[in-house]
Design a protein around this ligand. Structure first.
Ligand code: KE4
Length: 429
């Protein structure tokens, strides 16, 4: 007797925390139990209980060409057949590093790692070594992975000292991280007036994607570049999500910002565990074995991951890919707003390249506090009503949806037809 999807879910919860290997997959933010996925193809996933869904989670960003794109699968399969890992330099690592350095103005030298968390953790270590300073500045609502220095939320009151956003993070470490509101350049200037000589870096998502999609207001990124340069601090762009998602290269190309260090992941691995951090040569030459900053990884630059990332980026080909990608996201966003309006539901959508979010509010939020004031109960009804209609939307109002080149006009139209019915449920309250 085949094991049912329900049985698999029960077994998962017995041996994996919450049954998932990453918390957001648990549906904790929307209620209900997640489904197990059996396979994916293009814009679709097929679940263990036999449903085929249009997918807007898309592995949380890596799959710019859709699930199981033939070029990516073939390249990864061929690389795997030649050996899964060597722990020695390979040509593919050089090819991907050269491609990244060619696409990002902020990249002279790049080191491969295995996750966005590793990338931002390592970039901060380089920044602290380069400046001899300990404090870092981040923004409320931005997520940079789960290492201790960045699992920090704003402290109470005027004191901008951080407090842990997770159990297990020492208070004394949290105090080295100061958290200010996104898009609030005045707050950043205030922190630098008080602590400038002690600040090693500002780390920011140049387009925020972890409080839903929130755009930088005009002048925000340019202001961060100016404030950090004047204070001798480094500007670290966390482009784990925006890298090759909002433009060829990333947000630093879209907005014309030249950071000191950049973190990448998701798209550059084509769905395999590949990430990277890099930047100006004199900074990256601080990294072992050249310099005193130690950072290492058994599977960093893994040949199968390199092959998948190269195949995806080579198939994307360059800047021309992003016009049609953003057109699809814009068509979806506009269509959702029009459908919501027909049902008297307050909805605003935010689009950047191939990423977008819906907010159940009249206007698009500019920071986390405004996101927190949107109607998350309406979001939960929207999520489940869409799922009932065969559309898998990201299971949290604080996440971002992703389109791929496989989300063609027919897929968008199918989604909008489903949304028309879903807003009836949302409007019914
Ligand atoms: P990973 O360690 O999960 O590879 O990357 C951490 C990270 C760093 N920086 C940014 C801007 C990110 O978006 C992420 C991870 N993004 C989440 C989605 N909100 C991954 C999904 C998950 O946690 O399972």
């Amino acid at each position: 007797m085949a094991t049912s999807a329900q049985e698999w879910w029960e077994r998962a919860q017995r041996v994996i925390p919450g049954g998932v290997n990453s918390p957001v997959r648990s549906f904790k933010n929307v209620g209900g139990a997640p489904f197990l996925v059996r396979s994916g193809r293009g814009a679709y996933v097929t679940t263990e209980d036999g449903r085929t869904l249009v997918d807007y989670v898309m592995s949380w960003g890596p799959l710019l060409l859709g699930h199981a794109h033939p070029a990516v699968v073939e390249a990864a399969s061929k690389a795997a057949a030649d050996g899964l890992s060597f722990g020695a330099p390979t040509v593919a690592e050089v090819e991907l590093a050269e491609m990244l350095c060619g696409a990002l103005p902020g990249f002279d030298v790049v080191r491969m790692v295995n996750s966005g968390t590793e990338a931002t953790m390592s970039a901060l270590r380089v920044a602290r070594a380069a400046t001899g300073r300990s404090k870092v500045v981040k923004f409320t609502g931005c997520y940079h992975g789960h290492h201790d220095s960045l699992l920090i939320r704003a402290g109470s009151g005027a004191a901008t000292f951080g407090v842990p956003d997770s159990a297990g993070v020492p208070e004394r470490l949290a105090e080295l991280t100061m958290t200010v509101p996104y898009n609030d350049l005045g707050a950043v200037r205030q922190v630098f007036r008080e602590w400038g000589p002690e600040i090693a870096a500002v780390i920011v998502e140049p387009v925020a994607g972890n409080m839903g999609t929130v755009l930088p207001v005009p002048g925000f990124l340019e202001g961060l570049r100016q404030v950090t340069a004047e204070a001798g601090a480094l500007l670290v762009l966390d482009e784990v999500m925006t890298g090759f998602r909002v433009a060829w290269g990333g947000a630093q190309v879209r907005y014309g910002i030249r950071p000191d260090l950049t973190c990448l992941a998701k798209v550059i691995g084509g769905g395999l565990p590949v990430a990277a951090y890099g930047g100006r040569r004199e900074l990256m030459e601080l990294v072992a074995p050249l310099g005193p900053v130690y950072q290492a990884g058994t599977l960093s630059g893994n040949p199968v991951g390199m092959a998948a990332g190269l195949a995806q980026l080579r198939t994307v080909g360059g800047p021309a890919f992003y016009g049609p990608l953003e057109d699809a996201a814009q068509a979806l966003g506009r269509g959702l707003e029009e459908a919501a309006r027909r049902h008297g539901v307050a909805l605003s959508t935010v689009v950047a390249g191939g990423m977008l979010s819906v907010f159940f509010a009249e206007a698009a939020p500019v920071n986390f506090d405004e996101v927190a004031r949107t109607d998350d109960r309406a979001f939960r009804r929207f999520f489940h009503a869409l799922l009932d209609e065969g559309i898998f939307w990201p299971p949290s109002p604080y996440e971002t949806a992703f389109v791929s080149s496989a989300h063609d006009p027919a897929v968008v139209e199918k989604t909008l037809a489903a949304a028309e019915r879903a807003f009836t449920v949302v409007a019914a309250g």
